[in-house]
Each structure stands twice: as structure tokens, then as C-alpha cells.
Design a protein around this ligand. Structure first.
Ligand code: PEP
Length: 252
């Protein structure tokens, strides 16, 4: 039986912050790590693409890993305004988020594209964080499990292993709203994702499945204690060093 994975707390800074503000946020976080010591989790920050270099200059060779929020599915080519996984790796990132619901909604990304992006990330040596999650209408219709399992089936690369990718369950209606599902609802989805993974890859129990959606310092401990929750993907609360640190400290 594979070991339970070490928790991962990932901050998705989205389209926020100037260069100065982002560097200040990274420095503040690093100061907390240095002053208070290591946490029981891996820490990751995902700044906007244009700020990866300047934030990377601060977190390089520290306990804080660097990631991107999206990548193109191709390694290079005529794709104006896009950034490839190869470029992201070259800029010092170890992770890239793919299939975030805001990308699916704002850019019409479907599961096939998310899968192609995850494959590109693996080819570039990055760990993709593949996001899945249902809308409120889908949850109210009793279809939450079916929807996320469908997204998983459509977006999981053939080359996925327990170690080379991360899954994030993010109910769309909980993102940025202050609303969170009950512990039982989170457990139901994470258990279903784990069982589905077990049918597809070996050692599935050691793949990290993060929960995302209004995670804050005051609800993190409860969420992170749920079986099959192996960390958090954090939006709003990752923009304040103390809040993000508080969530990391909730990892036991
Ligand atoms: C997110 O967008 O990935 C997210 C979880 O946002 P928030 O924490 O603000 O709900």
C-alpha cells in the first residue's frame, strides 16, 4: 500500500498584483517560513505569467515552489499571447494549473483541451494540477459526482501516474464566494475521485487530490483533515501572506 501523500497548499494568485506587490507578497511569505520554520505541507505559489520571473527570483531554492496558472497545449508556434509549458519550465516553475473553471468559462476550454495541456505539461517536466468541479445547478440536480468523474475521465493523460500530477476538486459555486460544501460533500467527491483513479493508475492512493473553493485559515484545518483531501488550492486567501501561511499551518 502506497504512503499517504504529503499535503500541498497551492496559491493561485490569478490576475492580481503589480511586480512590486507580488514580490512583496513572496518576501512576506518567505519571512514567515524563515521565522516560524517548516510546515507539514509543500507550499506553492502561482503568480500571473508575466510575474513568474520576478517572483521566482525571490522563491528560487526556498521551501516555496513556483507554478503557472495555465499553459498552451503546443510546445511552440504561432499562438500570439500564449505561453508554452516548456517556457514555464524554463522560467523555473515546477507546476502548472490546467482546466481551472475560470479558464473553462472565460476561454471555452473543454476536457480535450485540458487533457492536451496536461500532456504538454508532463512533456515539459512540469506537474499539472488538473482542476475539476461542478456548477451549483449540477450539484442541485444531484449530478456532482457524475460531472467531476466525467471531467476526470476526459482530462487525465494516459501518462498520468500518482507522482507526476495533482488533481484539484473545486466546486465552481464555492470559488471566491465564501461558500464551502459540507465536509461530507467534500469527502463524497474526493472518495469518488480516488476510487476512479484506482481503476486507472497504479498507486492511486498516493496521488494528491486538493480541495479548492473559499479555503481560509479558519476552515482549513477541518477541510484538510478529511480523508482523501491532500491539500488545498487557494485563491483569495493566497493574496495575504498571513492567511496563506495560516492555511499552511493547518496542515497536521
Ligand atoms: C480558486 O480560484 O482556485 C479558488 C479556490 O479561489 P478561492 O479560494 O478564492 O475560492
Amino acid at each position: 500500500m502506497a504512503d499517504k501523500p504529503r499535503l500541498l497548499v497551492a496559491g493561485n494568485w490569478k490576475m492580481n498584483g503589480s511586480r512590486e506587490e507580488s514580490q512583496a507578497l513572496a518576501r512576506e511569505l518567505l519571512d514567515l517560513v524563515v521565522a516560524e520554520g517548516a510546515t507539514e505541507c509543500d507550499m506553492l505559489v502561482c503568480p500571473p505569467a508575466i510575474l513568474i520571473g520576478s517572483v521566482g527570483a525571490i522563491v528560487r531554492d526556498t521551501a516555496i515552489a513556483l507554478g503557472a496558472q495555465d499553459c498552451h497545449a503546443d510546445a511552440a508556434g504561432a499562438h500570439t499571447g500564449d505561453v508554452s509549458a516548456t517556457m514555464i519550465a524554463d522560467a523555473g516553475c515546477a507546476y502548472v494549473i490546467v482546466g481551472h473553471s475560470e479558464r473553462r468559462a472565460d476561454h471555452g476550454e473543454d476536457v480535450a483541451l485540458v487533457r492536451a495541456k496536461a500532456e504538454a505539461a508532463l512533456d515539459a517536466g512540469l506537474t499539472p494540477i488538473i482542476c475539476v468541479g461542478e456548477t451549483l445547478a449540477e450539484r442541485d440536480a444531484g449530478r456532482a459526482v457524475e460531472v467531476v468523474l466525467g471531467q476526470l475521465a476526459g482530462s487525465l493523460p494516459d501518462a498520468a501516474t500518482a507522482d507526476n500530477m495533482v488533481l484539484a476538486y473545486e466546486p465552481i459555486w464555492a470559488i471566491g464566494t465564501g461558500r464551502t460544501p459540507t465536509g461530507d460533500d467534500i469527502a463524497e467527491i474526493h472518495d469518488a475521485l480516488r476510487a476512479e483513479l484506482a481503476g486507472r493508475i497504479s498507486g492511486a492512493e498516493s496521488m494528491r487530490i486538493l480541495y479548492g473553493g473559499s479555503v481560509k485559515p479558519d476552515n482549513a484545518a477541518e477541510i484538510l483533515a478529511i480523508q482523501n483531501v491532500n491539500g488545498a488550492l487557494v485563491g483569495g486567501a493566497s493574496l495575504k501572506a498571513e492567511d496563506f501561511w495560516g492555511i499552511c499551518q493547518s496542515c497536521a
